[in-house]
Design a protein around this ligand. Structure first.
Ligand code: ARG
Length: 459
């Protein structure tokens, strides 16, 4: 004999290990509020359609309130014997209100139920993530505005390329996070359809009103195809794609913060509250938070791989494989939320070492392109100018001087068109200020961009 809610046709009880292995309560218990919300909507719709009586509805709604309270107070503990959140809640409801509780599952299956709960839960968590992304953007824009004029080296191949402003560099991440935000928002729109009423896979014989349940739960519409509704996990794949890309942006940022905080760069310091020391080396202050955030990307991308592989080749409609869908995204979301929170809290305390950045910005012949541009403005074709400046750099390396320190004679010896005025005019400030066009690194552009973002955040 089986004591399960589905045990009618079974003669033997479930194997003890299988019972534990099969259960998902440890993962899906956190969707209890969504499960109860779904049941409220379902029962309300059934009543409006004359499928449940008003008396039953009252019992169900009161009973669900009690179950919710019992869960929140810790009074009700879920048991693996009841497999998942759905059956634990239904069983407790039935223990409290009797037959009315047993009627709740009319015209419903756990297949449409779990799809609905997961969408509702992830919709909320996605909204939370989006708030965190916006907050982090706000922190970055503020920092960028403060450092609109702070000059640092820009790199390509991690070799000094041209001077940029720290503000401009930070705003690059604001752009990335705005695309992350848009990706979550876009996925959220597509996800916001209600599976309820699809029942096990084919719909139900009862005269239900799926539009009503969808509306009660804040969905834009019911899912259009019952088979698709119960077997679709695109939303998890999409949300994890968005989460993965966001975590990769965070890992790139982390990597830069870690480099910048090293003694060799000496560009920044991060607040003590976000760093740790070494148990053996007394001098150490390690950028643990950026390191950890960098590491989390691996795990979040792993979650994406996990759901992709779980869904690959699954026939329609529901398959138990799909129970594996939640653990990875819950873990990924918890961790991404943590990363965004840590960055949002840590970055206001970032101290830029402006003098070191400035010094580094001027090293490595970072103004060479600007010298070539000056020659071009004097009528020299760009390729010739490139050659002339290349020779100048070689000369400076030999003499151990900077481009702007080249004497008149040296300039003229390289090319008669290279003048002392041109080399003397070279400074990192001029370099950045000159790039004063849309998307350029000039302080004026950085300020304009910051103002644009602030306006956008306030709209
Ligand atoms: N615990 C299951 C899951 O997370 C709920 C759906 C189970 N449906 C079923 N027919 N066994 O996927």
């Amino acid at each position: 004999m089986s004591d399960k809610p589905w045990g009618g046709r079974f003669e033997a009880p479930t194997d003890a290990f299988v019972e534990a292995f099969n259960a998902s309560t440890h993962v899906d218990a956190r969707m209890y509020a969504e499960d109860i919300a779904g049941s409220r909507a379902h029962a309300t719709m059934l009543t409006a359609q004359g499928i449940l009586s008003e008396d039953d509805l009252k019992l169900i709604l009161d009973g669900l309130n009690q179950v919710e309270q019992e869960i929140e107070s810790g009074e009700l503990e879920f048991t693996i014997a009841l497999e998942d959140v759905h059956m634990n809640i239904e069983k407790r409801l039935t223990d409290i209100i009797g037959d009315a509780g047993k009627r709740l599952h009319t015209a419903r299956s756990r297949n449409d139920q779990v799809g609905t709960d997961t969408r509702l839960y992830l919709r909320k968590r996605t909204d939370d993530l989006m708030v965190r992304i916006k907050h982090l953007q706000g922190v970055l824009v503020k920092l960028a505005d403060e450092h609109a004029e702070t000059v640092m080296p820009g790199f390509t191949h991690l070799q000094t390329a041209q001077p940029v402003t720290l503000g401009h560099h930070l705003l690059a991440y604001v752009e990335m996070f705005s695309r992350d935000y848009a990706r979550f928002s876009d996925a959220r729109t597509r996800m916001n359809q209600c599976p309820l009423g699809s029942a096990a896979l084919a719909g139900t014989t009862f005269p239900i009103n799926r539009e009503q349940t969808a509306e009660l739960l804040g969905f834009d519409a019911p899912c259009a195809n019952s088979l698709d509704a119960v077997s679709d996990r695109d939303f998890i794949m999409e949300l994890l794609s968005a989460a993965s890309i966001c975590s990769i942006h965070l890992s790139r940022f982390s990597e830069e913060l870690i480099l910048w905080m090293s003694a060799q760069f000496g560009f920044i310091d991060l607040p003590d509250a976000f760093c740790t020391g070494s148990s053996i080396m007394p001098q150490k202050k390690n950028p643990d938070m950026p390191e950890l955030v960098r590491g989390k990307a691996g795990r979040i991308v792993g979650a994406l791989m996990s759901i992709l592989m779980t869904m690959k080749s699954l026939p329609l409609a529901y398959n138990k494989d799909m129970q594996e869908d939640k653990e990875a995204i819950f873990d990924a979301y918890d961790n991404l939320e943590g990363c965004l929170r840590v960055f949002g809290d840590m970055l206001p305390g970032l101290k830029a070492n402006i003098a070191n950045m400035h010094k580094a910005a001027g090293s490595g012949f970072s103004t060479a392109t600007d010298l070539a541009d000056a020659l071009v403005r004097a009528g020299v074709p760009f390729r010739d100018a490139h050659e002339i400046v290349g020779k100048s750099v070689a000369h400076c390396i030999k003499e151990n001087i900077e481009l702007h320190e080249m004497p008149h004679a040296a300039c003229q010896a390289i090319d008669l068109r290279l003048t002392l005025d041109m080399v003397k005019a070279l400074s990192v400030e001029t370099c950045v200020a000159a790039r004063n066009h849309t998307g350029g690194t000039a302080p004026e552009q950085v300020r304009l961009q910051c103002a644009k973002w602030i306006k956008q955040f306030n709209d």
